[in-house]
Design a protein around this ligand. Structure first.
Ligand SMILES: [Ca+2]
Ligand SMILES: [Ca+2]
Ligand SMILES: [Ca+2]
Length: 236
């Protein structure tokens, strides 16, 4: 049987079996799986003079002895791949998560930027774009715009969220107290007097022959104001 060569002798015969067979008439297909060549990770299928292993998931090789490298295609986008049996595991780099480490963690999620700043997400980091008047990594520092003493003529400076404001001394106006208010604009002097603007004051200069000074009334002749007197009055 099974391609054996039979030799006839007196009262008996001998079979020379083909490879893979045994038995008196070569009727037995030798069980090549008897030694369990596929191990615990495969199922053995007996063939003629051989066997075939069907491997469990995660194993390969003729005898299912090789653990498939599940990291061979670098599945972890931003992390280190750890080979497991039939699978892999990603250990993510700082700043990333998800099973494939392909998610850039939102470092702005905790709203780290203060005082109306906008947050920009980076890898394991963030940056803040501060609103006007603030500085620092988280925009927590209130810029003191009064340090440069912007208010002139002894005006008081008040630091605020996005700048400063000046409280001017009497007689001055403007955002930086640079403007000397013209007290003559309200025409405080009588029609026949000339108004001279001062600091938070004015002087009414009467024409020759009239008097009254800064009271605004130029009464009839008494005294003519001199340039020297005018200077003295302006200094008062
Ligand atoms: Ca594996
Ligand atoms: Ca991030
Ligand atoms: Ca003035």
């Amino acid at each position: 049987m099974n391609n054996s060569n039979c030799t006839d002798y007196v009262n008996y015969f001998l079979c020379a079996c083909a490879v893979g067979y045994t038995g008196r008439t070569c009727e037995v297909n030798i069980d090549d799986c008897s030694t369990n060549p596929c191990g615990v990770n495969g199922n053995c299928h007996d063939l003629v003079n051989g066997y075939l292993c069907t491997c469990a998931i995660g194993y390969t090789g003729l005898n299912c002895e090789t653990d498939v490298n599940n990291c061979s295609e670098s599945p972890c986008v931003n992390g280190t791949c750890l080979d497991r049996i039939g699978s892999f595991e990603c250990v993510c780099d700082r700043g990333f998560n998800s099973s494939l480490c392909d998610n850039n963690i939102n470092d702005c999620a905790s709203f780290p930027c203060q005082n109306g700043a906008s947050c920009v997400d980076h890898v394991d980091d963030f940056s803040c774009r501060c609103a006007a008047g603030f500085e620092g990594i988280t925009c927590a520092v209130h810029i003191d715009d009064c340090l440069i003493k912007p208010c002139l003529h002894n005006g008081s400076c008040v630091n605020s969220g996005n700048g400063y404001s000046c409280i001017c001394q009497p007689g001055y106006t403007g955002s930086n107290c640079t403007v000397d208010i013209d007290e003559c604009l309200t025409s405080p002097c009588s029609s026949n007097a000339t108004c001279v603007d001062g600091i938070n004051s004015f002087i009414c200069v009467c024409p020759a022959g009239f008097s009254g000074r800064w009271l605004g009334f130029c009464n009839f002749l008494k005294k003519t104001i001199s340039r020297y007197e005018l200077l003295i009055m302006q200094l008062q």
